[in-house]
Write a protein that binds this ligand. Structure first.
Ligand SMILES: NC(=O)c1ccc[n+]([C@@H]2O[C@H](COP(=O)([O-])OP(=O)(O)OC[C@H]3O[C@@H](n4cnc5c(N)ncnc54)[C@H](OP(=O)(O)O)[C@@H]3O)[C@@H](O)[C@H]2O)c1
Length: 257
């Protein structure tokens, strides 16, 4: 399906692997201009080279830490000076890996909020002015099914991902005054080499597969591209009457009506 994304400038946080990387590929295959992001410059260089062999010079990167003021400054500066604006922002960075056993550890809650929520808040604050002048601009934030379904995840992570949904909904009602649509995708359990589920499966293959087969009606993991497809659709003109919405891509895991 042609999503009418040709030449749209798309910036994706945390796109050097997993869901972010698949999303980059999805936009590139639709003819968009994609700017990758991550902290590891060497990895970004390698990925950019590999993608450019398939998609040409429409792919580049900004190596920057989205959680630091310098990183945010660098991103907005480069988007303004090198790309002269932005059409699509994908807020993908996030992390749910626990560092402590204590579900009520304040430092753990802070860490989850920083990486899942405040990174998005800070960056959107900076790039709002760029999006306002973009072509049919839109934002997609990546939350998680864990924001709506009590399951096996740290409570601080679930709360932070709920805040991402709230952020998306509220912002959609304000930013539509500038013509910017804001939506949210809630992935289920997504498996890829080097990802969190790969790590958990290596630690306990039987327990992990039992968890998936008893909690997910489709009895399997999702693939990064299955999440990317929903993100690209919401960001595209095919979703022109959709804002403040969310799509759960979880193999049926969400049981709430
Ligand atoms: N995987 C799942 O099963 C699943 C399920 C539900 C929701 N989600 C959500 O989906 C999103 C993507 O998850 P994923 O599993 O694909 O991610 P991931 O494997 O954790 O990859 C994270 C990406 O973010 C980058 N990154 C991390 N910290 C950063 C920072 N401070 N500044 C800039 N870049 C940073 C990483 O590169 P560097 O290390 O080089 O910085 C990497 O490219 C997250 O929001 C996650 O919470 C994932």
């Amino acid at each position: 399906m042609d999503l009418y994304l040709k030449n749209r400038r798309v910036f994706i946080t945390g796109s050097s692997r997993g869901i972010g990387l698949a999303t980059a590929e999805c936009f590139l295959s639709e003819g968009a201009v994609v700017i990758l992001n991550g902290r590891d410059k060497q990895r970004l260089e390698k990925i950019t080279f590999e993608l450019s062999c398939r998609y040409g010079d429409r792919v580049s990167y900004i190596a920057a830490d989205v959680l630091s003021n310098e990183g945010i400054h660098e991103i907005s500066k480069q988007l303004e000076e090198q790309y002269h604006g932005l059409d699509v922002f994908i807020g993908n960075i996030g992390n749910g890996k626990p560092e402590q056993d204590n579900v009520l550890s304040v430092s753990e809650w802070r860490r989850f909020y920083d990486i899942n929520v405040l990174g998005n808040v800070q960056i959107m604050n900076k790039i709002h002015k760029l999006l306002k002048t973009g072509t049919n601009p839109s934002v997609v934030l990546v939350s998680s099914v864990i924001a709506r379904e009590a399951a096996n995840a740290p409570v601080g992570y679930a709360a932070a991902k709920s805040a991402v949904r709230v952020l998306s909904k509220y912002l959609s009602r304000i930013w539509i005054n500038d013509g910017i649509r804001v939506n949210c995708v809630l992935p289920g359990n997504v498996y890829f080499e080097g990802g969190r589920w790969n790590e958990l499966r290596n630690m306990d293959i039987e327990g992990t597969m039992h968890y998936i087969s008893t909690n997910v009606p489709m009895k399997r993991f999702g693939e990064p591209m299955e999440i990317a497809n929903a993100i690209a659709f919401l960001a595209s003109d095919k979703a022109s009457f959709i804002t403040g919405a969310e799509i759960c891509v979880d193999g049926g895991q969400l049981s709430a009506m």
